[in-house]
Design a protein around this ligand. Structure first.
Ligand SMILES: Cc1cc2nc3c(=O)[nH]c(=O)nc-3n(C[C@H](O)[C@H](O)[C@H](O)COP(=O)(O)OP(=O)(O)OC[C@H]3O[C@@H](n4cnc5c(N)ncnc54)[C@H](O)[C@@H]3O)c2cc1C
Length: 426
């Protein structure tokens, strides 16, 4: 094993034309992970903690896809039960809050004690009379431990207005600061995380005998090239999985579900974490509150308004959001609020009719694993499935080798992505 400095010519398809006179000695590792969002970083930690020689390659900044732009809610599925029934989506995510809480307390599978918890609860609030069916459902035995009606004295300041006539329920669902989450996950094994150039920075060599099997990946950094050979190649690149999988003869099919999210920057700090519910299947609006780099705070708005906003101009979307907040919380001082919106895709395995997938997705194709968590909260479950798959495929952890760090030292290190509001209000 040694650093491979290869003489090859790059062609336009980002694959190699070999110079047969040169011998390529690839660096061998157990797992190469592509993509440093929540899925890649969570699995990377689990694999390294289990002794696997895993390295993670990120093409931009860590967390820069969906993860840092997510609302950071570790929900237990109740927002998927607004029809009054616990459906498959709600059941899949039910156990996740407890697993995350253990991690946040330092007693779980990954130590997340340095993560900034923005809120220990998420509220479900209704504007007026909540459908009696839903109220009854929340009060039902199955949900009694998970949803509590909140005493008026404990309402957040935003709802402490005599004009507020709705109901408020409390869910034990933490909301995390995603920048600190990515930072915490990247730290323990940071020596084994590297940056690759998204444009022509890497190329797969495919096994000539089997068009779904990767023989090696060649990574270019400046004038140098590193050849890596892994037992398994794991794609956790979110939307980037589509492009990565093109090297395979039978790639899994991906779908995108777009959103136009909103950010409202207040002069006054109104901490608020809640799903506004009415008769729809989805929360009408989901609000989380986040600190900004200039010591102010923003409300981050998702839910149905972000789904409905995908065909609107940013101006129209902002106008609708202002109107919506004015009708839901008319007593709130909104004159000085600054608004921004942005578009983002949720990247997932394709579903019939483009519907929301119920749970995580892991596809094994020869020596490639393609994974989508579909929700931040579900990453622990996805990691379980990856580890189970490796066991099933008898992929063993090999002995650590100093060569890995020496060889990879030609590669750059990725930074952690900025929070989206710090980018939008620069
Ligand atoms: C607006 C929004 C809000 C959300 N809110 C929540 C929420 O509150 N709770 C919840 O549970 N879920 C939420 N989700 C869903 C959740 O954010 C995603 O399911 C999850 O973050 C996906 O993580 P990922 O690691 O698969 O992908 P990503 O976070 O997209 O990360 C992929 C990474 O791969 C990198 N990459 C791309 N191409 C390559 C390549 N070729 N090589 C190497 N690296 C590459 C990217 O730069 C990126 O860093 C939300 C999603 C969105 C869009």
């Amino acid at each position: 094993m040694s650093i491979s400095r290869i003489s090859k010519t790059w062609n336009l398809n980002n694959s190699f034309i070999y110079d047969n006179n040169m011998k390529n000695l690839p660096l061998k590792v157990d797992i190469v992970i592509f993509g440093g969002g929540i899925a890649g970083l969570w699995i990377f930690n689990r694999l390294r903690n289990a002794g696997y020689q895993a390295i993670l390659l990120e093409s931009h900044a860590l967390g820069s896809g969906q993860t840092i732009k997510s609302q950071g809610i570790i929900h237990g599925g109740l927002k998927y039960a607004l029809t009054g029934f616990l459906n498959a989506s709600a059941n899949a995510v039910e156990d996740m809050p407890k697993r995350w809480k253990d991690c946040l307390a330092g007693t779980g599978e990954i130590d997340l004690r340095s993560v900034n918890v923005l809120s220990h609860e998420q509220l479900l609030w209704s504007t007026g009379s909540l459908g009696s069916e839903i109220a009854g459902f929340f009060a039902s035995k199955s949900l009694n431990s998970r949803v509590k009606k909140l005493d008026k004295r404990l309402y957040p300041s935003v709802l402490q207005n005599p004009s507020f006539k709705g109901h408020v329920y409390r869910l034990e669902e933490v909301v995390l600061d995603t920048v600190s989450l990515i930072d915490t996950l990247a730290k323990p094994h940071q020596d084994f995380i590297f940056k690759i150039n998204p444009h022509e920075g890497y190329a797969f060599t495919i096994d000539p005998e089997c068009k779904d099997k990767i023989s090696s990946v060649e990574i270019r950094s400046g004038q140098e090239t590193l050849s890596l050979q892994a037992e398994r190649y794991l794609f956790t690149a979110g939307e980037g999985n589509e492009q990565l999988s093109l090297c395979l003869a039978h790639p899994p099919v991906m779908q995108r579900r777009p959103l136009q999210m909103l950010v409202a920057k207040f002069k006054t700090h109104y901490p608020f974490f809640g799903h506004c519910i009415d008769t729809g299947m989805n929360p009408r609006i989901t609000i989380t509150t986040h600190p900004t780099q200039d010591d102010q705070s923003v409300w981050y708005l998702g839910g149905q308004i972000a789904e409905d906003g995908v065909n609107r101009s940013p101006e129209k979307q902002i106008a609708i959001a202002k109107k919506e907040l004015n009708s839901l919380l008319p007593w709130l001082e909104m004159e000085t609020v600054e608004w921004r919106s942005f578009f983002i895709n949720r990247a997932e395995p394709a579903q019939p009719g483009g519907k929301r997938p119920d749970s995580v997705s892991l596809t094994a194709i020869e020596n490639v694993l393609v994974a989508w968590p579909t929700k931040l909260a579900l990453s622990p479950l996805l990691a379980d499935q990856v580890i189970a798959k490796l066991k099933q495929q008898a992929v063993q952890a090999s002995s650590p080798s100093e060569n890995v760090l020496r060889s990879c030292s030609i590669l750059e290190k990725p930074r952690i992505a900025l929070a989206v509001w710090d980018e939008l209000f620069q």
